[in-house]
Design a protein around this ligand. Structure first.
Ligand code: GLN
Length: 533
């Protein structure tokens, strides 16, 4: 049996070059050749996980099936590969230090001085090998967050250096992603930042094996040769990553650039044959040649930063392609919506999606968006807080419970239609204490919900503390908003629907975390379908 091969993706020059997408694309190509691949993200910040981070800081917090709150890149990994990740796929500096300090407190270091090298680097290596251990995977691709040269990423680069030394170039590979800027005034592409970035890596003891150069313009052979010469890599190891209109084109581009072949050659693996990307290409074709168009309002409070809703955005694209439809997403800030303007702001949309969220900022706008959708028979999709807002709106407007609210926003409301879950009542710590991860849910037959899924039992990922208050269920159902999905173990209501409406579904869980390119989420697919016909 061939031992697991480790590929490290580092980045230089600037952040946001798309290391996550390059990692996912390479993984896709290897997977499409029949290899078993997983991807891991190492994040150099001190937070133990991104669960407590404001989405403005780091974009969306992604949740895995096993309930880990992780970096949004894991979402890309799952969407590209169609395989689930877990807590082990995302490690932060905070988590590394937490385990080292716990060991120190237990006395595991037997009186030694605990230091960055070897203790922190050993713990980093342990986390990397933990994924690759047991030879479950042919490849572990590890993306190192941040940019080479940052103080924070030094221990990670050092861990890569050590692993290269320990396991050799046949087993450990470094792909370094940099930027080749284009100077408009002189009409030139510049390689100096790449040279400097590679120098920085070399100073830290790592000679990159492959360079991926992000660029706005085609790189000529001369430029590639120059980079190869100055950066000490093989001539076939300078790969171009040119800007494209959709991230889903990147695997195809990387295939054209022979990234998979170069990687396999360097690691002494079989590189005959080609990656089988037929269904991927079919998806791309549908995405890029839509027959229909639909305009969806995405109502949320982090709309300035599209990364805050990245999984929802991508799920809408997957569902759009499935329906041969271009989904135009119009982000509307929930704080901008009020009693006077909500009709003007929302009319003209084919569907309304109210996003997840926390706290009371912008809550009234979300409630009004639910009202507009309900009253005007516009397809409505409420996710987590989005469902809760639809429930509050229905209670106030249909059941006449004027002061109905969630106890998250109004602790003393006389009608807590959304309330804290029993098991949440004693919780004081914020990190990792929500209802997290996948839970089963039984669907009610003959509803829009079960029609969308075509299943009786589902499993969906959660991330919340509050829940529909079952005390009110009878009143809701009598008035026309029914529960169509229930947790079989706890009887918690997970889905609410208005059957008399064209399409009005709110879910307590997060379907956006499990939509993938080749398996779009049924609720998103059905929602988009309802916006077209
Ligand atoms: N704030 C709500 C809760 O905790 C909803 C959370 C969410 O939308 N993810 O229940």
């Amino acid at each position: 049996m061939i031992p697991t091969k480790y590929i490290f993706i580092t980045g230089g020059v600037t952040s946001s070059l798309g290391k996550g997408i390059i990692s996912a694309s390479l993984a896709k190509l290897l997977q499409a050749r029949g290899y078993v691949v997983t991807i891991q993200k190492l994040d150099p910040y001190i937070n133990v996980d991104p669960g407590t981070l404001n989405p403005y800081e780091h974009g969306e917090c992604y949740v895995t099936e096993d309930g880990a709150e992780t970096d949004l890149d894991l979402g890309h990994y799952e969407r590209f590969l169609g395989v689930t990740t877990s807590q082990a796929n995302n490690v932060t500096t905070g988590r590394i230090y937490q385990s080292v300090i716990n060991k120190e407190r237990r006395g595991d270091y037997l009186g030694k001085t605990v230091q960055v090298i070897p203790h922190i680097t050993d713990e980093i290596k342990r986390r990397i090998k933990l994924l690759g251990g047991r030879n479950k995977y042919d490849f572990v691709i590890t993306e190192i967050g941040g940019t080479v040269g940052d103080i924070e990423s030094l221990p990670y680069v050092e861990a890569v250096r050590q692993l290269k030394w320990e396991m050799g170039d046949q087993n450990v590979l470094n792909i370094h992603l940099t930027l080749v800027p284009y100077l408009k005034a002189s009409g030139e592409l510049k390689t100096k930042p790449t040279q400097h970035s590679v120098k920085m890596l070399l100073e830290n003891g790592v000679q990159p094996n492959i360079l991926v150069l992000r660029t706005e313009h085609e790189l000529g052979d001369d430029l590639r040769r120059k980079v190869a010469l100055f950066c000490n890599v093989d001539a076939d190891s300078v790969i171009q990553s040119i800007d494209v209109s959709t991230i889903y084109e990147v695997p195809i581009l990387m295939q054209k650039e022979k990234l998979d072949i170069t990687v396999l050659k360097k690691l002494g693996m079989d590189y005959s044959g080609t990656a089988e990307l037929e269904s991927w290409n079919k998806f791309l074709k549908r995405l890029q040649n839509p027959k229909f168009h639909s305009k969806v309002a995405l109502v949320g409070k982090y709309v300035e930063l599209p990364d805050a809703y990245i999984s929802i955005n991508e799920s809408l694209k997957h569902a759009g392609a499935m329906n041969d439809c271009r989904v135009e997403v119009n982000f509307i800030h929930s704080e901008d919506i009020d009693e006077h303007n909500y009709i003007d702001l929302l009319k003209g949309h084919d569907g309304i999606l109210v996003a997840p969220g926390f706290g009371d900022r912008g809550i009234d706008g979300k409630i009004l968006a639910a009202r507009y959708a309900r009253e005007n028979n516009v397809p409505f999709f409420g996710i987590c807080l989005g469902l809760q807002c639809a429930v509050i709106e229905f209670a106030r407007d249909v059941l006449g419970l004027e002061k109905a609210h969630s106890t998250e926003m109004a602790l003393k409301t006389p009608d807590p239609v959304i309330d804290l879950m029993e098991e949440q009542k004693g919780v004081t710590e914020k990190g990792g204490t929500m209802r997290l991860g996948a839970y089963p849910c039984i669907l009610k037959d003959g509803t829009h919900t079960s029609e969308a899924y075509n299943l009786h039992e589902i499993n969906e990922r959660h991330r919340h503390r509050y829940e529909f208050n079952n005390k009110y269920l009878e009143a809701f159902e009598k008035a026309g908003m029914i529960s169509t999905g229930v947790n079989p173990d706890t009887s918690l209501v997970e889905i609410m629907e208005i059957p008399s409406h064209k399409w009005f579904i709110g879910v307590q869980f997060h379907p956006e975390y499990s939509s993938t390119v080749l398996k779009p989420h049924p609720l998103f697919v059905n929602f988009i379908k309802s916006t077209i016909c």
